[in-house]
Ligand binder design. Structure first.
Ligand code: COA
Length: 264
C-alpha cells in the first residue's frame, strides 16, 4: 500500500492495523475543498485494497476543528450546475463511499464539525467527540442546504424533529447534547480522544474482517429505500457460512483458542 503518497491536504499514519487519516488544512479549519475530497478518496481507495488495514480513524489537524465545513470561498461563485456537481461528486467520492466502506471508520471529532464536517462525521460508522467539539449544519445561514447527505443522515441519527430543528435554525450543539441525542457515541477530553478511538478499533481489529464488512452492508441496507434490510441480512448471513473466517471463528471457539481471522 502506498500510504506514503504525497497528498496536499491529508496525512496518514498506520498504528496496529489502524489507519489514521488526518485532514490537514488547519489554517482553514480543515475546510473541505475539491482537492481534499480527491485526497480523501484516493486515500480511502488505497486503504481499502490493503488487507493489513482493519479499521480507520478520521480526524482533523490542530486542536480547534475536525472540519469546519465545505470550503465556502471555493463554492462562492458556483452555478447551479457546479453546485449540483459538487454535491454529487462529494456523495460519490467520499460520503457514500465512507458509509458503504468495507472497513469500519471512526470519526474522532476534535473540535468544530460544521456543515460538511458534521456530514463527514455522520457518514462514518462510529463517532467520538472531544468535549470542546461544536456540531451543526449551519448551511441555511449561507442560503444553501446541507449537500453531503446531512438532510438524510442527521434525521437517521437524531430523529426527524431534532434534525429539523438543527438544520432550519442553524444552531450549533455542544458535545454533551450530541451525546444525549445519539449524534456521537462517546465524549472524551481532547487528550483522550484518539485513545478512546483506539480502544474501540482494537476491539474491531481482532474480529472477522469479512463478518464486519458484511455487518456494515446489512445495517446500511435498512437505510436504503431500494433495498429490504431483512432480506439482505438473510442473504448475507447465509454467505458467511462459506467463508474461511466463519470456519476459523467457530473452530477457535470449539477448541478454546484465539481465532486467527484472514478476512476471506
Ligand atoms: N470554508 C472556508 N474557509 C473557512 C471555513 C469554511 N467552511 N471555516 C473557516 N474557514 C477559514 C476562515 O475563513 C479563516 O480563514 P482566514 O484566516 O484566511 O480568514 C480561517 O478558516 C479561520 O476561521 P475563523 O472564522 O477566523 O475562526 P473563528 O474561530 O473566528 O470561527 C468558525 C470559527 C468555525 C465559527 C467560523 O470559521 C465559521 O463559521 N466557519 C464556517 C462554518 C460554516 O458555515 N460551515 C458550513 C459551510 S457549508
Amino acid at each position: 500500500m502506498n500510504l506514503e503518497m504525497a497528498l496536499e491536504n491529508i496525512t496518514t499514519e498506520v498504528k496496529n492495523d489502524v489507519l489514521i487519516i488526518t485532514i490537514n488544512r488547519p489554517d482553514k479549519l480543515n475546510a473541505l475543498n475539491k482537492q481534499t475530497i480527491e485526497d480523501l478518496h484516493d486515500t480511502l481507495v488505497e486503504a481499502e485494497n490493503d488487507k493489513s488495514i482493519r479499521a480507520l480513524i478520521l480526524t482533523g489537524a490542530g486542536t480547534k476543528a475536525f472540519v469546519a465545513g465545505a470550503d465556502i470561498a471555493e463554492f462562492a461563485s458556483y452555478s447551479v450546475e457546479e453546485g449540483r456537481e459538487m454535491s454529487s461528486m462529494g456523495h460519490f467520492k467520499v460520503f457514500n463511499f465512507i458509509e458503504n466502506y468495507s472497513k469500519p471508520i471512526i470519526a474522532a471529532v476534535n473540535g468544530f464539525a460544521l456543515g460538511g464536517g458534521l456530514e463527514l462525521a455522520m457518514a462514518c460508522h462510529i463517532r467520538v467527540a472531544s468535549n470542546n467539539a461544536k456540531m451543526g449544519l449551519p448551511e441555511v445561514s449561507l442560503g444553501v442546504i446541507p449537500g453531503y447527505g446531512g438532510t438524510q443522515r442527521l434525521a437517521q441519527l437524531v430523529g426527524k424533529g431534532k434534525a429539523f430543528e438543527m438544520i432550519i435554525t442553524a444552531d450549533l450543539i455542544n458535545a454533551e447534547d450530541a451525546l444525549n441525542w445519539g449524534l456521537v457515541n462517546y465524549v472524551t477530553t481532547q487528550e483522550e480522544l484518539l485513545n478512546k478511538c483506539f480502544e474501540i478499533s482494537s476491539k474491531i481489529t481482532t474480529k472477522s474482517p469479512t463478518a464486519v464488512k458484511t455487518a456494515i452492508k446489512a445495517i446500511n441496507a435498512g437505510y436504503n429505500s431500494k433495498r429490504n434490510g431483512y432480506e439482505v441480512e438473510i442473504e448475507e448471513f447465509g454467505k458467511c457460512f462459506a467463508t474461511y473466517d466463519f470456519k476459523e471463528g467457530v473452530d477457535a471457539f470449539l477448541t478454546k483458542r484465539k481465532a486467527d481471522f484472514h478476512g476471506n
